[in-house]
Design a protein around this ligand. Structure first.
Ligand code: PBG
Length: 325
């Protein structure tokens, strides 16, 4: 006699539906989008099939489409001309800059969708780094904080709902929180890139923004991928500094970090299913080596199973189309 037959709970679609532990809905998805200058302009990103840099008019259309598919949030990134980049990322807090104009246009066309905006110097930095680079190559932490705060305030003023510091400077969440509060933006959320690792999975994103470091790497600020305990240290600090939502990045190779953080915080957790992860699935799927759609859905559910409340993913639109089918 066999007392336990776990297969009984898998024996039909109906029983599988009853016992399913996690669900994925369009409400879990945040769509990253890239904006460029110009009009009616869409420039494909070669290493991210299906993704493009969009001028503000096309960006607005895309956001409305995403909202109509049930996606509650978009995360915006600016791709700037080299002529707008300098050592101190001054263009990042120009209230009439490309990014701020894009935020205002999206807010006006689609006021209910949440706009998340990235706070880091790299899209604006002539050095391609997330912080100020000293003559000796050192990345200066405290000098960077004020620039990040100016950037966050300018984005909030333009209409950003969620500030996403992605730079990994020490103390930036608290510094930005204070600056936002002092400027009257007490209701603007902060989704902190809490555990952001120095990763080769960001390659296609840096292609999209032409934002790769001109020299050196990001290992003195982004985390060492050998470390796990350190993510809990960052979690505690971001909680103390007033983060509203914590993020793990990259996502797929870091499900253990998500799971560990889930056990150590009551705050919501997001995963960033990054550009390199997207590119791998697209490349294998184009070659017919995997079923791209099935792999996409399996990956997104893995984030929910690991303990995520939400997922930033370039698959957002494709997944929403599948979920709404
Ligand atoms: C910039 C930033 C990066 C990503 C998001 N914000 C790149 C980096 O840190 O070098 C990567 C996103 C992706 O790969 O999809 N601070």
């Amino acid at each position: 006699m066999m007392t336990y037959r776990p297969r009984r709970n898998r024996s039909s679609k109906s029983i599988r539906n009853l016992v399913r532990e996690n669900i994925l809905t369009t409400n879990d998805l945040i769509a990253p989008l890239f904006v460029i200058e110009g009009e009616n302009s869409s420039i494909a990103i070669d290493s991210m099939p299906g993704q493009a840099r969009l001028s503000v008019d096309l960006l607005v259309k895309e956001v409305v489409e995403l909202w109509n598919l049930g996606i509650p949030c978009v995360s915006l990134f600016p791709a700037l001309d080299d002529s707008k980049k300098d050592k101190y990322a001054t263009e990042s807090y120009n209230d009439n800059g490309l990014f701020q104009r894009a935020i205002r246009a999206v807010k006006e066309a689609c006021p209910e969708i949440l706009i998340m905006t990235d706070v880091a110097m790299d899209p604006y930095s002539s050095d391609g780094h997330d912080g100020v680079v000293a003559d000796n190559g050192e990345i200066l932490n405290d000098e960077t904080l004020e620039i990040l705060a100016n950037m966050a305030i300018s984005q909030a003023r333009a209409g950003s709902d969620i500030i996403g510091p992605s730079d990994m400077m020490d103390g930036r969440v608290g510094y930005i929180r204070d600056a936002l509060d002092d400027a009257g933006f007490t209701e603007t959320l902060i989704m902190s890139y809490t555990a952001k690792y120095a990763s080769a999975f960001y390659g296609p994103f840096r292609d999209a923004l032409d934002s790769a470091p001109k020299s050196g790497d990001k290992k003195t600020y982004q985390m060492d991928y050998a470390n796990k305990r350190e993510a809990i240290r960052e979690t505690i600090l971001d909680e103390q500094e007033g983060a509203d939502i914590l993020m793990v990045k990259p996502g797929l190779s870091y499900l253990d970090i998500i799971s560990d953080m889930r056990a150590n915080t009551t705050l919501p957790i997001a995963a960033y299913n990054v550009s390199g992860e997207y590119a791998m699935v697209k490349a294998a799927s184009e070659r017919g080596w995997i079923d791209g759609e099935a792999v996409m859905m399996e990956m997104l559910m893995a984030f929910k199973r690991a303990g995520c409340d939400m997922i930033l993913t370039y698959f957002a639109k494709e997944a929403a189309l599948v979920l709404n089918r």
